[in-house]
Design a binder for this molecule. Structure first.
Ligand SMILES: Nc1nc2c(ncn2[C@@H]2O[C@H](COP(=O)(O)OP(=O)(O)OP(=O)(O)O)[C@@H](O)[C@H]2O)c(=O)[nH]1
Length: 393
């Protein structure tokens, strides 16, 4: 997992967290703006108060609409996430500047109760910001500092003894808040990384358990899983399916003459070509060595029609795999032998189907290779007879 994925995961989680709490925050902030404006109606210029209130409500409405839009259309793209985070931060800065501006026109040293009320409101708001915005240190810090500190400074310079005491207490409070924001933010980032690493490990384990490491195709275990599912679906719907068992001809010779690495390269190229021959809903698996299996699903319910459909794919595979390969600088020709077994007609369990497709593939080898053979039960008798012959000998 690369750095960009890690960064994206962290930023996405940060954004998700701040967006999730922002609807509540916007409603609380708007209510507090209305209450504050009402309470200060006799202590500030009426025009300024109305302008401030309207601006606060407008910016909160824009931020709310932005939040709802992001929540409705989540993104996993790094650039989009970063862009949204920056816009969100801009909204936070504008909001906190508006709250900070309160210190210029709602500063009432002659009305200590009102003065305390304003400071109490701003402190409450910034405490809310620690909870809501700590996932992003820039949002949390700017909200706390820009909204509360201007009022504390004014109280300190222009207030009486009690205002100065409140201001000093306020600065201690801001110091605690900054420490909390940093702790919360560090813990959250660590949590995100732990979650991210756990997901990454899980996907690596799945990859090892269910996929072939050389070609990245599903392995035998995943093929059987999908085959069991496909057989159940086919039995219910009546739509047929098929297994194509494919073995490369004289693959050993390539290994012996050009080396194992060239053999590996051919196997990878064969896997790529096979994937191009089938629909996305079909499965191409590697059983091991030079053996591949293609599982076709959702074929016609009519046996003749289904047989034609499978033959068409098998012919396409033969044609595609017969095209010479470039193995580094060497041109190499390879052919496959293919055996076909149809769901239901040639077996109703994964073991049976695979065995029958394998028997058909051996019939294709015996027929001279680079051909397709359909399974029929006489092949099985022949295979059993030759097995018993081998045992007797
Ligand atoms: N390069 C490479 N070779 C492998 C791998 N796994 C198995 N093999 C080799 O694949 C070859 C399989 O050969 P076979 O299918 O038995 O024989 P063949 O030469 O293809 O002959 P026919 O199948 O009868 O046409 C053996 O030489 C194995 O050692 C692998 O992961 N990479």
């Amino acid at each position: 997992m690369n750095d960009i994925n890690k960064k994206t995961a962290v930023k996405a989680a940060q954004l998700e967290q701040i967006l999730a709490s922002n609807v509540r925050t916007m409603l609380a902030s708007t209510s507090m703006a209305i209450i504050l404006a009402y309470m200060q109606k006799d202590n500030a210029s009426y025009e300024l108060l109305i302008a401030w209130l309207v601006s606060s409500i407008a910016i909160n409405a824009v931020r709310l609409a932005f939040t709802l839009n992001c929540l409705r259309k989540p993104s996993t793209d790094f650039k989009t996430i970063e862009n949204r985070l920056n816009k969100f931060r801009l909204g936070v800065v504008v909001s906190s500047l508006l709250w900070g501006s309160v210190s210029f026109f709602m500063f009432t040293p002659d009305e200590p109760r009102h003065q305390m009320f304003v400071i109490y409101m701003l402190a409450g708001l910034s405490a809310g910001a620690v909870v809501s915005y700590s996932a992003d240190i820039i949002c949390a810090m700017s909200y706390t500092l820009l909204s509360l500190v201007p009022m504390l400074l004014r109280s300190f310079w222009f207030g009486d003894e009690i205002s100065i005491a409140i201001s000093v207490a306020g600065f201690i409070y801001v110091g605690y808040m900054i420490a909390s924001i940093r702790n919360f933010n560090r813990n959250m980032t660590e949590n995100i990384m732990l979650r991210f690493n756990a997901v990454k490990r899980e996907s690596e384990i799945k990859q090892l358990a269910f996929y072939d490491q050389l070609t990245n195709l599903p392995n035998r275990r995943l093929l059987f899983d999908r085959l069991d599912h496909a057989l159940a679906v086919s039995a219910r719907s009546g739509r047929r399916g098929a297994l194509l068992f494919l073995d490369l001809d004289h693959f050993k010779m390539l290994n012996d003459t050009l080396g194992h690495d060239m053999g590996d390269l051919l196997l990878k190229k064969v896997a790529e070509r096979l994937l191009r021959c089938v629909r996305e809903s079909d499965t191409v698996a590697r059983l091991g060595g030079d053996e591949f299996v293609v599982m076709l699903e959702d074929l016609s319910d009519d046996i003749d029609e289904a047989t034609k459909q499978v033959e068409k794919v098998a012919d396409l595979i033969i044609e595609t795999l017969n095209i010479p390969y470039m193995l580094n600088t060497l041109e190499h020709s390879s052919t496959p032998s293919i055996g076909i077994a149809l769901f239901g007609d040639h077996g109703s369990s994964h073991e049976e189907l695979l065995k029958h497709a394998d028997i058909a593939m051996y019939a294709a080898k015996r027929a001279g290779r680079n051909v397709v053979r359909h399974f029929d039960f006489t092949m099985q008798e022949a295979a059993s007879a030759s097995d018993s012959q081998a045992t007797v000998n």
